[in-house]
Design a protein around this ligand. Sequence first.
Ligand code: HEM
Length: 184
Amino acid sequence: MSSDSKVILFEDLAKHNDKNDCWLLINGKCVIFHVISLSDEVKDLSVKLPGSLIECLATPPSACSPIISCIKTSLVYDVTSFLDDHPGGDEVLLTAAEKDATNEFEDVGHSDSAREMMGKYYIGEIDASSIPKEHADRPPSAAPRVVNEPNSGSDFIIKILQFVVPLLILGVAFALRSFTKKEE
Ligand code: HEM
């Protein structure tokens, strides 16, 4: 992120949605920055991109202070020049245009090096108030529901029967045996 980072309206982002011009909206993430000294560099943290790690240049390296910075703004990336090189293909990127693509991006589990690459394509921040509700990113989906939940009652009955039926058979066999013994 450069200090001359521009604020982009959602309606402008949505216009860049094809192979010749593709912008993506992806939320920033918490990242660890290593800085040599808080006083010298902390003011710069607000203008660093998610994933861009500042090299620890201090000697010894332990003189570096790691700082976790959470950047919550939605960042815009112009990935037009990356479409052909994207390891996941251009189609996924094109379908992720015109909306908040954060979940799609995170669901893939992109590597740290993928996140570092994003810096190359960063062009600005979205004006959050311009994002229409229907295009806002959905919160991560809840844990998957147990698919056979509605059958859990019948499952219980089956388990009981599995236990009871052998007992019944044993009981009947025992009763028959004692009955035939009496007749002798
Ligand atoms: C600026 C944005 C993006 C960059 C720089 C980027 C970069 C990369 C890189 C480097 C990889 C290789 C695997 C890795 O290192 O993680 C990758 C894989 C992939 N990416 Fe992206 N990506 C971006 C956005 C997206 C988005 C928005 C989506 C989904 C809509 C996506 C879907 C995928 C998929 C499906 C793969 C293949 C994963 C696999 O085969 O295991 N990417 N991406």
